[in-house]
Write a protein that binds this ligand. Structure first.
Ligand code: SAH
Length: 252
């Protein structure tokens, strides 16, 4: 069998492209940000410092991500950087009058993770000047990281970190280990939950919180509330216990 999942995984079809980066430290920090989230393809378009990946500041900021830094490709144009991609997203702190559709990092990450046919590039601008319009226009989307409107310009490598993180979370989907941590009881069945609603309804009527002649939207609202919580059997029993106690006390 072909390792289909691996070859289609977003980790193998997403590249990070940095345009005319001034500070080698930011290139190193970007490599580190990528590696911590499992990404490795870094492309540098005309970095301002020659041999930027060998620069001591880049090496220092990359820390344990030397492999990503060393493997970075240095190219002379955006066309070369995007070769082989069928989707590109421009990262910009500034919204422009004429631009591709603007979406948030999370929405983009979900789209990239969901569509295995996309080989994508995330394109980041220079520290001082951002991205020129000519490059933004080549991209399919403009991505803006929601930030303080009075100061929305993140450090370049930190912008890379936000995108790499969102793409990792979107790719992991429900495989995120967090769901396996801690106590998990048995989920209640639909029949158990229906029984609980009937019981609650009786109890709420008994204390005149619910008027059976004019119930309004109380039960639908409570059902909506509980339906968001994945009730466990134990919890259903507790809620029924409360309803039972209310009904007993009323009868006294
Ligand atoms: N002064 C520049 C900001 C450069 S910050 C400007 O006005 O555009 C360096 C790069 O980090 C930007 O080009 C962009 O790619 C990315 N970046 C920083 N903050 C961002 C934000 N809020 N949303 C999206 N990208 C951002």
């Amino acid at each position: 069998m072909m390792p289909l999942k691996t070859s289609m995984s977003l980790f193998n079809r997403l590249r990070f492209v940095l345009i005319e980066t001034s500070r080698p430290g930011n290139i190193g920090a970007a490599a580190r940000a990528m590696k911590t989230m499992g990404f490795s393809e870094l492309v540098l378009v005309n970095p301002r410092v020659p041999n930027a990946t060998l620069h001591q500041e880049a090496v220092a900021f990359a820390s344990g991500a030397q492999d990503v830094l060393t493997a970075a490709r240095i190219v002379g144009s955006i066309e070369e950087a995007l070769a082989g991609c069928n989707f590109a997203a421009a990262l910009s702190a500034r919204l422009r009058e004429f631009s591709p559709p603007v979406i948030a990092p999370r929405a983009l990450a979900m789209q990239l993770a969901a569509d295995a046919g996309l080989t994508a590039a995330l394109v980041f601008g220079n520290e001082r000047f951002g991205l020129p319009n000519g490059i933004v226009e080549k991209c399919n989307m403009l991505i803006n990281i929601p930030a303080n409107p009075d100061y929305s310009s993140l450090n370049l490598a930190q912008a890379v970190q936000v995108l790499a993180y969102e793409c990792r979370v979107a790719s992991a989907g429900d495989a995120l280990p967090i769901t396996d941590i801690g106590f998990q009881g048995e989920l209640a069945g639909i029949g158990q939950i229906d029984g609980m609603y009937a019981h609650l309804e009786d109890a709420l009527a008994a204390i005149d919180f619910l008027d059976p002649a004019n119930p309004k939207k109380l039960m639908p609202r409570l059902k909506r509330l509980f339906s968001r919580t994945q009730l466990e059997t134990e919890e259903v029993n507790i809620l029924r216990g409360i309803a039972k106690q209310i009904l007993q006390n009323r009868k006294k």
